[in-house]
Write a protein that binds this ligand. Structure first.
Ligand code: GDP
Ligand code: IMO
Ligand code: MG
Length: 429
């Protein structure tokens, strides 16, 4: 009856999608528990590359069931087009294998417009959101004024509710923000069509997951974003609006904590962040450019959802240790170790100086956090290309030492290391 969780230990884009894709081969159900199409999970299968935003990363394994939980927020236009694109590429998207929770909240064009004007108003302290309407939809959810996916069962009634909702938001857009309203007549037909398309996918996801767990099936819970973007545990307000951490699994999918057996933290071998907010180990020099890559490789650090260049820096184990503590991680997966080939020396921060004082646990309050300078430990690098390596003992000894050092600092076993985006580019220990 186990549930396994895969979540991000840093600022998102750790490679969760590809790790879920690996584990999905041995699971029965893959369920997304939080966030919306702000997520971008890239998975390579042979020569094919899939960029998933809402559909769980288990979809690429025939026969596996996939659920989008009630903790997520769903733009019907995005989900419908993502499913259609998958179908065009020969993936089975039948409602027998893909389910959408009736309780997931719906993102409308008004939420997207409000996200953009909110950001514009923040000026220099903009969060750098993905402009997908995430903040405004979770605001409506908490204010109990939101629209839930279950309404799409009756598309005509759904459209009536969406119309009223946009009329209300238009007053806000025009009267308060002095900006253009949403053109309701233009917006509604596509939303109606998307609702009609998605209606057969609506399901009681908590019940289905409970039945699967009772039947000893393995449920893999797929995280989006990362621990430092969590609404409660990230560095507020430079966060997303959902629970990216393990608590989001329980509320977002409606499964009890006693089912969770493994909590797998995905950590990139270095650090990246997209959007605003503090980032103590960020590199503003040629080393940072080198970690980012030029965009020539598909895995170079440019956002899957927005295409923005990601900010890059050295690994910060205060962040990974914080994620281990907040989520109760049972193990780590280290991704993109291959990207560290060719550096003479690698730096790892395991403590900071904050306001002149030494600190070895992550300060999570913005004012303190943004005054932290990393204290680095220098570790010898390796020159060899490791993308073809498949066993730990075949890694250069300095690469082995890097992984061993992370295990020692975090106190967590590193069971899987990835050395390239393909399924086979994986080292199991
Ligand atoms: P996610 O949001 O956590 O699923 O991560 P993203 O998909 O946004 O970003 C991870 C990127 O790194 C994608 O382009 C992956 O194909 C790529 N990737 C994942 N693992 C590895 C790896 O071990 N090595 C390399 N070079 N690329 C990887
Ligand atoms: P995956 O699942 C990286 C960031 C945005 C911004 C902040 C708030 O691919 O790891 P939002 O649109 O959520 O209101 O933006 O959160 N962000 C992500 N960064 N990976 C993601 O998802 C992200 N989802 C949101 O860049 O800084
Ligand atoms: Mg991503």
């Amino acid at each position: 009856m186990p549930a396994y969780v895969v979540l991000g230990t840093q600022w998102g884009d750790e490679g969760k999608g590809r790790v879920v894709d690996l584990l999905a081969a041995h699971s029965d159900f893959v369920a997304r528990y939080a966030g919306g199409d702000n997520a971008g999970h890239t998975i390579r299968v042979g020569d094919e590359v899939y960029k998933l935003h809402l559909v769980p990363s288990g979809v690429l394994h025939p026969g596996k069931r996939c659920a989008i939980g009630g903790g997520t927020v769903v733009n019907p236009l995005v989900l419908a087009s993502e499913l259609r694109e998958l179908a065009e590429r020969g993936i089975d998207i039948s409602p027998e294998r893909i389910m959408l929770a009736e309780t997931a909240h719906i993102i409308t064009p008004a939420h997207v417009a409000l996200d953009k004007v909110n950001e514009a108003q923040r000026g220099d302290s903009a969060i750098g959101t993905t402009s997908r309407g995430i903040g405004p939809v979770y605001t409506d959810k908490a204010a109990r004024t939101g629209l839930r996916a279950g309404l799409m069962r009756a598309p005509d009634l759904f459209i009536e509710k969406v119309k009223q909702h946009i009329e209300g938001k238009n007053r806000l857009l025009v009267d308060v923000y002095k900006t253009e309203p949403i053109d309701i007549d233009a917006a509604l037909p596509d939303l109606h069509a998307a609702a009609a398309f998605l209606a057969p996918y609506l399901a009681d996801v908590p019940l289905l997951l409970y039945q699967a767990l009772q039947a000893d099936k393995i449920v893999l819970c797929e995280g989006a974003q990362g621990t430092l973007l969590d609404i409660d545990h990230g560095i507020y307000p430079y966060v997303t609006s959902s629970s990216a951490t393990v608590g989001g699994v329980i509320t977002g999918l409606g499964i009890g904590p006693r089912y969770i057996e493994r909590i797998i933290g995905v950590a990139k071998a270095f650090s990246t962040r997209v959007g605003g907010g503090p980032f103590p180990t960020e590199l503003h020099d040629a080393l940072g450019d080198r970690l980012r890559g030029t965009g020539a490789n598909p895995w170079d650090e440019y956002g899957t959802t927005t295409g923005r260049p990601r900010r890059c820096g050295w690994l910060d184990t205060l962040v990974v240790r914080y994620a281990a503590r907040i989520n109760g991680l049972t193990e780590l997966v280290i991704t993109k170790l291959d990207v560290l080939s060719g550096f003479d020396a690698l730096q790892v921060a395991n403590s900071y100086t904050c306001n002149g004082a030494p600190v070895d646990t992550l300060p999570c309050e913005l004012e303190t956090h943004q005054d932290c300078q990393p204290i680095y430990q220098s570790i010898p690098g390796w020159q060899e290309d490791i993308m073809g390596v498949r066993s730990f003992s075949d890694l250069p000894s300095n690469a082995q030492s890097y992984v061993d050092y992370l295990e020692e600092l975090t106190g967590l076993p590193v069971k899987t290391i990835t050395v390239g985006p393909a399924r086979a580019q994986t080292i199991e220990r």
